[in-house]
Design a protein around this ligand. Structure first.
Ligand SMILES: C[S@@+](CC[C@H](N)C(=O)[O-])C[C@H]1O[C@@H](n2cnc3c(N)ncnc32)[C@H](O)[C@@H]1O
Length: 207
């Protein structure tokens, strides 16, 4: 995720793409339509959000159906064993709650669960949108004290390595300068003039 114009570093590879905390599934749905050679799996703890999109993908193609996507209700804390080793890419976009706490603090249980569903050499992308003032109480509640690039490059990097991920790229985007990210929360949050993005890309390594 380098700029508004460059292609995504993990685009155009064959494989299985998992969107963890998929919400209404927009990223999965749009990506599946644009990349018929890949299979997209949207996972979210909330069944409510998944109902509408799950119905849509099973329609006939002319009515918006797609064959290369599936949605599963599951929390990152309890990912089904059937997913072990399947993911060539894992995306986590604008997480909240325990998913945010897991990836932003380097929680061992959460990271090992994500690691478990990754194929060898899988790539993990985490994108977090932060408004330091508006989110202060929630960040404190989740025990997230620092989301700076420096923190990610040092303390968080070590925790990820201990759980089998090497953080390869870290970056941020100022409010008003976000790249195109095809998710509903990206659309919703990008109008906030104080919300910045911090992101990182990691690669699964063996422990
Ligand atoms: C702000 S929404 C982002 C949705 C989507 N990724 C987007 O960008 O539009 C955060 C999502 O994370 C999901 N989530 C939170 N904690 C989770 C957990 N422990 N396991 C799985 N999903 C979780 C929520 O249900 C919610 O749909």
């Amino acid at each position: 995720m380098n700029s508004k114009t460059s292609s995504h570093p993990i685009e155009n590879e064959r494989g299985i793409v998992v969107d963890l905390g998929t919400g209404d599934g927009r990223f999965v749905y749009q990506s599946a339509r644009q990349n018929p050679q890949k299979f997209f799996l949207g996972i979210d703890a909330s069944a409510n959000l998944l109902e509408k999109i799950s119905e849509k993908i099973h329609r006939k193609p002319a009515k918006g159906g797609v064959k290369n996507a599936l949605f599963i209700q599951a929390a990152v804390e309890a990912l089904p064993e059937e997913l072990d080793g399947v993911a060539d890419e894992v995306h986590i976009h604008f997480p909240w709650g325990s998913l945010l706490r897991g990836v932003a603090t380097g929680n061992e249980t959460i990271l090992k669960n994500i690691h478990r569903i990754c194929a060898p050499d899988a790539v993990l992308e985490v994108i977090i949108g932060v408004d330091q003032d508006r989110d202060a109480t929630e960040l404190q509640r989740l025990g997230i004290n620092d989301l700076s690039e420096e923190f990610i490059a040092t303390a968080l990097k070590i925790k990820y390595e201990e759980c089998g991920f090497e953080i390869l790229e870290i970056g941020s985007f100022a409010a008003g300068d976000w790249p195109d990210i095809c998710t509903s929360w990206a659309q919703r949050l990008r109008t906030n003039e104080n919300r910045t993005i911090v992101y990182f890309l990691a690669k699964r390594i063996s422990r």
